[in-house]
Design a binder for this molecule. Sequence first.
Ligand SMILES: C[S@@+](CC[C@H](N)C(=O)[O-])C[C@H]1O[C@@H](n2cnc3c(N)ncnc32)[C@H](O)[C@@H]1O
Length: 279
Amino acid sequence: MHNEYELLDSGDGRKLERFGGVVLSRPCEQALWLKDRPELWPTASACFDREGGWQAQLDAEMPTSWVASINGIALKLGLTPAGHVGVFPETRSLWDWITDTLRATPRDDISVLNLFAYSGGATLAAARAGCSVCHLDASKSMVLRARENAELNGMEEAPIRWIIEDVNKFLDREIRRGRRYDAIMLDPPSFGRGVRGEQYKLDKHLVATLQKCKTLLSENPAFMLLTSHTRGTTPEQLEGLLRDLLGSPGHTVSGEMELTGAAEVRRVPSGSWARWTRP
Ligand SMILES: C[S@@+](CC[C@H](N)C(=O)[O-])C[C@H]1O[C@@H](n2cnc3c(N)ncnc32)[C@H](O)[C@@H]1O
């Protein structure tokens, strides 16, 4: 699949990444080691620091908005005041798994729910497998961005419901309506806010959210995929949560999300994933 993202190097608490034609240097507290390729770092177009925000490198023009294809999904990118760019590239190998797993599911009417769906990478990974998707995020600007990304991929007519809502309010409503989904993916933040300022705290709300998701699973579900960027959350913890929730029959596996580049580039751990699949 066409890919224009790569991790170029990391070290000294920073990461150097290429998104299409734009190279960025950003903080990365996991990068405890020394830089392997210090000579590459002056190629960055812009650098982010928590104190000073984004700064263009000498002679480089500050990138504003551009498009990069990441594992076959075109995404509109831009620099945010928090140091983000509009994609979490450590999730890209999961997008491939989502597409492959849904394509291999022997049914053609699969409905997928994507919670905390951000700029839509996982939504589009499911939509390109021909599934109908419900994409939910509390941030209006992120849902607009995800819709733009669907257009960039020629999927503006794809069966995607775009919902701007607080996650738990939405789940309660879907349960009351008796809706069911064949696959559910969720990437809850450590702390977030719903549309009307509702607080979402991973440590306080995750188990209840997962129980609501279980209620919404169809009789013959394909999978549940849980990811987390919260510090201290391990693959085993997430896997245990899914095993407790869904158990057997089913298969639960977990692993680390990683930023990756060329084979010789040191991988940077960036969160955890766990998934439950029906045998
Ligand atoms: C960690 S990001 C998700 C990243 C995304 N899944 C990806 O990998 O590209 C968390 C998202 O959750 C959303 N969010 C936070 N609190 C929420 C809430 N209470 N209800 C719905 N969405 C919420 C934020 O707007 C943000 O887009």
